[in-house]
Design a protein around this ligand. Structure first.
Ligand code: NAP
Ligand code: ZN
Ligand code: ZN
Length: 352
């Protein structure tokens, strides 16, 4: 029998969140049931709940930064057991057969993976995310959260952590490399921590200097305001890698001018509108402009283990179910330090 569980629901695009309930499927042989403890608020939740990327599936229960405890396992489950600390990120299934799935890059599944929310299972059923008290998922898409990272600061690693870890690794961030992180938000602050832990020299490019102290505390050695045009001149041809986490439009040519010979600028931020740049900005330095999307299951586990080894978690502000609408407004205004995380114990009606 499916289980009815409390959830925060947006009935229509842009609607306020209301307390309601959703059905979670019965625990199948390969499934684990998880009591969700915390769910991070990613800017992608806002883009989707407001239909900034196109039509969404409503009612919507966002949340793809999920951390909790296993409460039940199916008969064939081998990877997790009751009581384990686990997490779920941006997808809960993939075809498992295509070359990308076989390579452990399920985020690029050729059939299309099953998004944790605002998606459909291959059976056609809608998916509902982490703004809820429990979830059931296939064990292969459930990550182990190592001891040593608390669940509230672990939750954002499931998206913000892997989305920055994956391109930093892919483009070789490490000792001797100069890396710039654009945007000190949820993704950006994890990018700073991870790039520094990988041994790179890290610079933050933020709109203002208001978060400079934090940036330096998290591991950056330099911090510049992009509202000051001098920043682009001072850092001309400096960086091997620029990771752009910004959710809005950027003057891309100015950023490309800060790349060294053969440098790469990688987009992970996903603005609503198309972006433009001059081809000359690339050819002048054999530069690359690229994109990256979360990471596969194997790499996500690697990232969690890396964060545990280096003592890294997100800097979070834990909020209750009543504060989610306000938190969305604050994220849009870049007023977040540095990830809102919902304490899901506040979601049930009687917790109000
Ligand atoms: P966030 O917490 O809102 O951080 C975004 C940061 O961008 C802000 O803190 C701000 O940093 C900067 N910013 C915002 N508006 C700006 C503007 N108009 N001009 C210049 N900078 C601006 O968001 P997030 O959760 O980190 O997500 C960032 C983006 O990545 C979103 O578009 C999200 O959908 C996307 N995303 C992509 C993936 C992927 O796999 N590719 C995964 C997760 C999220 P400062 O205050 O420092 O300037
Ligand atoms: Zn996300
Ligand atoms: Zn696949």
């Amino acid at each position: 029998m499916p289980t009815t569980v409390p959830a925060l629901i947006a009935e229509t695009p842009g609607a306020s969140f209301t307390r309601s309930t959703i059905e979670r499927r019965d625990v199948g042989p390969n499934d684990v049931a998880i009591d969700i403890a915390y769910a991070g608020i990613c800017h992608s939740d806002i883009h989707q709940a407001r239909e900034e990327w196109g039509a969404g599936i409503f009612p919507m229960v966002p949340g793809h930064e999920i951390a909790g405890i296993v409460t039940e396992v199916g008969s064939d489950v081998t990877k997790h057991k009751v009581g384990d600390r686990v997490g779920i990120g941006c997808f809960v299934d993939s075809c498992r057969e295509c070359e990308n799935c076989l390579a452990g890059e399920e985020q690029f599944c050729l059939k299309g993976n099953v998004a944790t929310y605002n998606g459909r299972q291959y059976s056609g059923e809608e998916t509902y995310g982490g703004y809820s008290t429990a979830i059931v998922a296939d064990e292969n898409y459930v990550l182990s959260i190592p001891e040593g990272i608390d669940l509230d600061v672990a939750a954002p690693l499931l998206c913000a952590g892997i989305t920055t870890y994956s391109p930093l690794k892919h483009w070789g961030a490490g000792p001797g490399k100069k890396v710039a992180i654009v945007g000190m938000g949820g993704l950006g602050h994890m990018g700073v921590k991870i790039a520094a832990a990988l041994g790179a020299e890290v610079t933050v490019l933020s709109q203002t200097l208001s978060k400079k102290e934090d940036g330096l505390r998290l591991g950056a050695t330099d911090y510049f305001a992009t509202s000051d045009d001098e920043t682009f001149k001072k850092n001309s041809k400096r960086f091997d890698l620029i990771i752009n986490t910004v959710s809005a439009d950027l003057p891309i040519d100015k950023y490309l001018s800060m790349l060294t010979l053969d440098g790469s600028m990688v987009f992970v931020g996903l603005p609503e509108k198309p972006q433009t740049f001059r081809v000359f900005s690339l050819t002048g330095g054999r530069r690359s402009l690229a994109g990256s999307n979360i990471g596969g299951i194997r790499e996500t586990q690697e990232m969690l283990n890396f964060c545990a080894e280096h003592g890294l978690g997100a800097d979070v502000e834990v909020i209750g179910a009543d504060q989610v609408d306000e938190a969305y407004e604050r994220v849009v205004k870049s007023d977040v330090r540095y990830r809102f995380v919902i304490d899901t114990a506040t979601i049930p009606e009687n917790a109000a």
